[in-house]
Design a protein around this ligand. Structure first.
Ligand code: ZN
Length: 341
């Protein structure tokens, strides 16, 4: 199916919150990783989200070019074309963009969508994240409000973050003393500041979640923080203001923690580290078990079939697709696609 329209994306998010399931939002950096996500989603009968980080976008444009908007547009255009061949909906999103990169990443992509809409074409992306979590909340929401006004005109959904996701992802590292748990007061302020704009947004509220992977027990997740935040906003502003929440740093989380977060309104769970590993693992196996084919050992000529990148990249695609399927299962999303032949 085509990339989800704004209406379909809104329905996806609403149905997930009502049904207490969520969409995996998987970071991709290449055509092959994007294809892996589509394959995994299709085999699960689940809609989902493909997302691109600033670093992933720069990489996708080529190491000699390193142009973030160009790389993001390239992957998005590929997904728009090939998604037609899969029986699910996918939404396109950009991941963490700090304030100092808005001008060079998100805003050029918004301008691209505005150009397309003016020409009668569909949006390039469905949503973009602005990560103002390193700023004081008032400043974070000041920027978010301006973005949301502009996004509203183009049916783009904004994702914001209140509180700080720990750990490190794509070179963005949280401070050691960062605020890892969002408070109900923070989220009330988010609703007070943004809801009057009348546009859709997603909220990444933090509850001890971290980027990267940690050994079991190393992370103290408190999903109840999400419930406290939802209860506060519903009490103050009514049921219609219940948030659509995003779970960052989903890799390495335990199933009961994931399920509890879904019960409290998480509709999107970001996964990067685990799908990176799932992509690389079969490549490692291939290289180790065919070392005398991928290398020219002792004057031999190697084995062209073994070192043809398609051979191991197809294995990598399959490995990553399997991890996407596992994510869909854990997020209770199997068979939930809105697409009906
Ligand atoms: Zn994140």
């Amino acid at each position: 199916m085509p990339v989800a329209s704004f209406d379909i994306y809104c329905r996806m998010l609403d149905r997930a919150r009502e049904g207490r399931f969520a969409y995996p939002a998987i970071n991709v950096t290449s055509l092959t990783t994007a294809n892996a996500v589509l394959k995994g989603l299709a085999e699960s009968g689940s809609d989902g989200i493909i997302q691109i980080s600033t670093g992933g976008a720069a990489f996708a444009s080529g190491t000699a070019v390193k142009d973030m908007p160009l790389g993001a547009i390239s992957i998005a255009e590929h997904v728009h074309r090939v998604a037609e061949r899969y029986p699910i909906y996918v939404a396109l999103h950009t991941d963490h963009c700090p304030a100092d990169k808005l001008e060079t990443f998100v805003l050029p992509l918004v301008a691209e969508t505005e150009r397309r809409r003016a020409a009668g074409l569909p949006n390039l992306f469905n949503s973009h994240m602005f990560d103002g979590s390193a700023l004081p909340l008032a400043e974070n929401l000041e920027i978010a409000a301006k973005l949301l006004e502009r996004f509203k005109a183009s049916e783009l959904i904004l994702e914001i973050e209140a509180g700080v996701v720990g750990g490190e992802e794509d070179g963005i590292k949280a401070e050691a003393n960062a605020k890892l748990y969002t408070t109900p007061e923070d989220t009330l302020e988010v609703a007070r500041r943004l809801n009057s704009i009348g546009a859709r947004y997603l909220l990444a509220a933090t509850f001890g979640n971290v980027h990267g992977v940690y050994k079991p027990g190393a992370v103290k997740l408190r999903p109840s923080v999400l419930k406290e935040c939802q209860d506060a906003v519903v009490a103050q502003y009514g049921e219609a203001t219940r948030f659509h929440l995003v779970f960052h740093g989903g890799s390495g989380s335990e199933l009961h923690e994931i399920h509890e977060a879904l019960d409290y309104g998480v509709v999107k769970m970001n996964i990067d580290t685990d799908t990176q590993y799932a992509f690389t693992r079969p490549i490692a196996a291939h290289m180790f078990s065919h070392y005398d084919g991928v290398l020219k050992v002792d004057g031999e000529v190697g084995d062209k079939k073994a070192y043809d990148p398609r051979t191991y990249l197809a294995l990598a695609e399959a490995g990553m697709a399997e991890r996407v399927k596992r994510a869909v299962t854990e997020l209770r999303g199997t068979g939930t696609t809105l697409f009906r032949g």
